[in-house]
Design a protein around this ligand. Structure first.
Ligand code: CO
Length: 218
């Protein structure tokens, strides 16, 4: 296990980083402090191995980020919905990326039906996805393969949830440009794989249909 640096190291790192950014781009922070206008909302897992900005080469100010265990968007989650509303109605992002990752611990716990205390309630929606696709998952040869497939299915379900919110539905109805993307990230190679078709409006959401759930359709 790697040694955890002392907290002072993080503050030292921060001063070095801020100085380096200011040296290469004078006025960067002063400009950014005035306002943010990122074009993207990232909804991802809280896992430390999936750092949103780094993965897609985005700088401060370019990505609006929401992360939680297993990248969920539940219709009763005020936190996620507040982020979504702010991103869509105020910042007016053009893209929403739901990015899961293979080997997700939250997804694995849902698949195994592990006792987790309160976290069990959080990942319950993933168990629902698991149950809905039990037949397909059972046909896979290993648990690792089942976890990875459930990671993909979970992303697709969360994209559906995003698309069904009144926030996104209303944005599309008033003609706002807004595309929803389903991605999954590979911890082992650092690469993002787009999963399904981009949903860019009410019509393309309707057209998704059942094919969205079939692996061959990607
Ligand atoms: Co995860």
């Amino acid at each position: 296990m790697t040694k955890v640096p002392g907290i002072d190291q993080l503050l030292t790192n921060n001063r070095a980083w801020a100085a380096e950014v200011e040296r290469t781009r004078p006025g960067f922070f002063a400009h950014l402090a005035e306002q943010q206008s990122p074009g993207y909302l990232w909804i991802g897992c809280a896992d430390s191995r999936v750092p949103a900005n780094e993965i897609v080469g985005m700088e401060p100010g370019e990505l609006f980020v929401h992360r939680n265990v297993a990248n969920l968007v539940n219709h009763a989650d005020l936190n996620a919905l507040s982020v979504l509303q702010f991103a869509v109605d105020v910042i007016k992002v053009k893209h929403i990326i739901v990015c899961g990752h293979y080997g997700c611990s939250g997804v694995r716990a849902a698949l195994r039906d592990t006792r987790l205390g309160v976290a069990e309630h959080w990942i319950r929606p993933v168990r629902d996805v698991c149950e809905a696709h039990r037949h397909e998952l059972d046909m896979l040869p290993t648990e690792a393969a089942r976890v990875d497939r459930l990671c993909e299915l979970n992303v697709m379900q969360q994209v559906r949830n995003v698309c069904r919110t009144p926030i996104v539905q209303d944005a599309w109805r008033r003609g706002q440009k807004l595309a929803i993307h389903s991605w999954v990230y590979g911890l082992g190679d650092g690469l993002v794989r787009p999963l399904g078709p981009t949903v860019a409006g009410l019509k393309s959401f309707d057209e998704l249909g059942a094919s969205y759930l079939m692996r061959g359709a990607f």
